[in-house]
Write a protein that binds this ligand. Structure first.
Ligand code: FES
Length: 119
């Protein structure tokens, strides 16, 4: 699987508009998601994780899926969509894909909060 071997969008965005960090209660792994947002559209996204290979692969996939999408569209991308895009994950690895979904949601929340307070 290409996303396992060559994860996309790994890294940080120093001036990110939204940052979401979540921990996985099942295994204790951590994921941090950075978003650049312009006119309600995600223009750049990077992530860092101290998670397993499945977490890296699903995040890599998720970041590709939400790039260029509106915030509403990005929120609709669930872990299921991501797992399907990766041709299914073994059930034991489903919690790993939750990390990406939750980190995206947390980053969008963070962005919304920042924007409300700066208005
Ligand atoms: Fe922790 Fe997959 S085992 S994210």
């Amino acid at each position: 699987m290409d996303h396992f071997m060559n994860p996309r969008n790994v890294g940080e965005i120093p001036d990110a508009d939204g940052i979401g960090q979540v921990g996985n209660p099942v295994c204790g792994d951590i994921m941090k998601m950075y978003l650049k947002i312009k006119d309600n559209v995600i223009t750049d996204v990077k992530f860092k994780t101290f998670g397993c290979g499945a977490a890296v692969a699903t995040s890599s996939m998720a970041t590709e899926l939400i790039m260029g999408k509106t915030l509403e569209e990005a929120l609709e991308i669930s872990n299921k969509t991501v797992a399907e895009a990766l041709n299914g994950l073994p059930p034991i690895k489903m919690h790993c894909s939750n990390l990406a979904e939750q980190a995206i949601k947390a980053a969008i929340d963070d962005y919304k909060k920042k924007n409300e307070s700066s208005k």
